[in-house]
Design a protein around this ligand. Structure first.
Ligand SMILES: *[C@@H]1O[C@H](CO)[C@@H](O)[C@H](O)[C@H]1NC(C)=O
Ligand SMILES: *[C@@H]1O[C@H](CO)[C@@H](O)[C@H](O)[C@H]1NC(C)=O
Length: 401
């Protein structure tokens, strides 16, 4: 009896220790987040172990979360849902059943998951698309692009590009009853990265005659130069997306080579040639005082040799590294950032650069939010702040698309 009680006490303390995280007071729904984070961390630990003993790639284990949440393409009273392909790339299309007279709007949506995880078929993305389709009376094309570690940059980008290019054809827009002047690209996290990248590149494609009207970027990842921005430093141990995981996502996007991950973690992957690019990500001038705080700016690069992995500084992978001439031509943007997110400063700097280039930008910063919360909108991980972000995103589209 005594020993059982003792074991129970020890187990409770250990569990409490494992679950408890000292999170900031201003963070909403902290206890719920600790529980969600414990599930995440347990899976991450399992993934580390499985990879270490050579059984499976880290991301293949992490993918279990995505697979567990997949749902079929089921239509309901408001939306007709179909899985199909555009230009050979898988997409899930949500069409409102309410056929009001007149043309509809459209959103091409890119899911998040660090270019390695996630799916248009995951329940939270399915829910988000249905809600957007119903409330906006819009066609939603949710892109099922290929993922790392099987596929690397530029495959993810190319898939998304192929879908957007296909959809922007006049006959396709007619088929879906979509107004050619009211098409948006949108995405969260790595999906925000892909949306921003495609918005930049498609501008220069002479075969594309229809313009994207707006871009909506939810806590996007936008740059590969500096993994020591104030938000990377402040939030390096935040739940859902600690710095180690974000940098791992970046390195997996380009290569399976673990040396890139080590260089990126140490911020030594940027070469001397990247110096010109560094000024595009100079947070000592691109961030407001309240984010810079007491953090000390050190220019990345430092004359080291840097990475030889191709693509790492390509603006199709890191849209913040595009020059000002490119930014000037971009469509109106909505950028959402969260205080407790390593990517807060990526989004903030992009908003600042777009604004300076004369692009109309709405930057909405949430003081009480953390990365990934837009995905926490379904049982059992349903967060009030996730619902809030979803409503804000849809409301902005309602007003601007
Ligand atoms: C259909 O849309 C209405 C109005 O937005 C909503 O109340 C209802 O729950 C939706 N139905 C489904 C099955 O989601
Ligand atoms: C960043 O901005 C600061 C302040 O203007 C400047 O001193 C520094 O040289 C800049 N560094 C880079 C790499 O652009």
């Amino acid at each position: 009896m005594g020993i059982k009680l003792f074991s129970f006490a020890v187990a409770s303390v250990l569990l409490g220790y494992y679950v408890y995280l000292p999170l900031p007071e201003t963070l909403n729904e902290r206890w719920k987040l600790m529980v969600v984070d414990t599930c995440f961390r347990s899976l991450e630990n399992l993934a580390e172990l499985t990879e270490f003993i050579g059984l499976k790639h880290y991301m293949e284990v992490m993918m279990l979360l995505t697979v567990a949440e997949m749902v079929g393409p089921s239509s309901d009273e408001n939306v007709t849902v179909v899985d199909t392909t555009f230009n050979g790339v898988a997409v899930r299309v949500f069409e409102p059943t309410n056929r009001n007279p007149g043309l509809r709007r459209a959103v091409i949506y890119m899911h998040g998951g660090g270019w390695c995880l996630g799916s248009a078929k995951m329940q939270p993305y399915d829910v988000l698309s249905r809600k957007t389709a119903t409330e906006l009376n819009a066609v939603i094309v949710s892109v099922e692009y290929r993922l790392a570690p099987q596929h690397h940059f530029p495959d993810q980008f190319n898939d998304v590009y192929a879908v957007v290019k296909y959809f922007l054809q006049r006959d396709v827009l007619v088929q879906y009853l979509v107004d050619p002047g009211r098409v948006a690209v949108a995405g969260d996290s790595a999906g925000g990265n892909l949306a921003a990248a495609v918005a930049q590149q498609i501008k220069e494609d002479p075969e594309v005659q229809v313009e994207i009207k707006i871009q909506a970027l939810v806590y996007p990842a936008l740059q590969t130069i500096d993994f020591n921005t104030p938000s990377y430093q402040q939030n390096k141990n935040m739940p859902i997306l600690p710095k180690t995981l974000m940098v791992r996502f970046w390195s997996e996007y380009f290569s399976r080579d673990k040396s890139l991950l080590r260089e990126m973690m140490a911020n030594t992957h940027t070469s001397l040639e990247a110096k010109d690019l560094s000024s595009l990500v100079n947070w000592s001038v691109l961030l407001p005082e309240k984010f810079r705080k007491e953090y000390k700016y050190t220019p990345p690069g430092g004359g080291k040799e840097g990475t030889r992995v191709p693509g790492v500084f390509d603006p199709r992978a890191a849209p913040l590294l595009a020059g000002d001439e490119k930014l000037r031509a971009l469509p109106q943007a909505y950028i959402m950032t969260c205080e407790f997110d390593v990517l807060r400063d990526d989004g903030t700097m992009y908003a600042m650069r777009l604004q300076r280039a004369g692009v109309q930008v709405t930057l909405e910063h949430f003081e009480d939010c953390f990365h990934g919360v837009l995905m926490l909108i379904t049982w059992p991980a349903n967060f009030a702040i996730g619902q809030k972000l979803m409503s804000r995103y849809i409301d902005w589209l309602q007003e601007n698309l």
